[in-house]
Ligand binder design. Structure first.
Ligand code: SME
Length: 167
């Protein structure tokens, strides 16, 4: 089977399972934790999957994740996560050693993709970060699938009185 097609189908399934799992639950932390778990379990080669939340202007802090211990805080000025937040665009990094300023929370990481999550006003609410210990583990099918996934997630992060995200 074509790898791109198989990954696209994987994200279709992941999004429908996310919606089914979170049915009736209005809770931002539960939603992010569920996404981190589903992605970590199902996207092949993923060694870390989780969120960094915008907790102050220009500052990201660790949120729900799966995998090895993540760095606690990342300014917008640093790393792949900071670039995704600052540029408001997905960062697809086939070789982390070739990315200037990459932050090596996990010395074994070789490739990475970071997708911005926007709130209802179009502001950065968080980024979703996936690492792999394999080179070039992520491609445009992951970019498309993860961008669709975070849009499905964002619908669950808005207008929630119990939201863990900054207002
Ligand atoms: N590599 C990221 C830091 C987060 S860890 O990968 C969990 C970066 O450069 O922003």
């Amino acid at each position: 089977m074509n790898e791109a097609l198989s990954r696209s189908g994987l994200y279709d399934r992941l999004i429908s399972d996310l919606d089914a799992t979170l049915e009736g639950i209005d809770d931002a932390v539960a939603a992010m934790a569920t996404v981190a778990c589903l992605v970590f379990e199902r996207v092949p080669g993923t060694s870390f999957a989780g969120f960094y939340r915008r907790v102050a202007p220009g500052l990201l802090r660790i949120g729900p994740y799966q995998g090895p211990l993540g760095c606690l805080e990342i300014p917008f000025s640093r790393g792949v996560c900071g670039a995704a937040a600052r540029e408001r665009a997905t960062q697809l990094v086939p070789d982390v050693h070739a990315f200037p300023g990459h932050i090596a929370c996990d010395e074994g990481a070789r490739s990475e993709i970071v997708v911005p999550v926007f709130d209802e006003r179009g502001e950065i609410a968080a980024v979703l970060d996936l690492d792999s210990r394999l080179p070039a583990n992520f491609d445009d099918a992951d970019r498309d699938g993860l961008e669709r996934l975070v849009r499905a997630l964002a619908r669950r992060l808005t207008h929630r009185p119990d939201s863990a995200l900054p207002s």
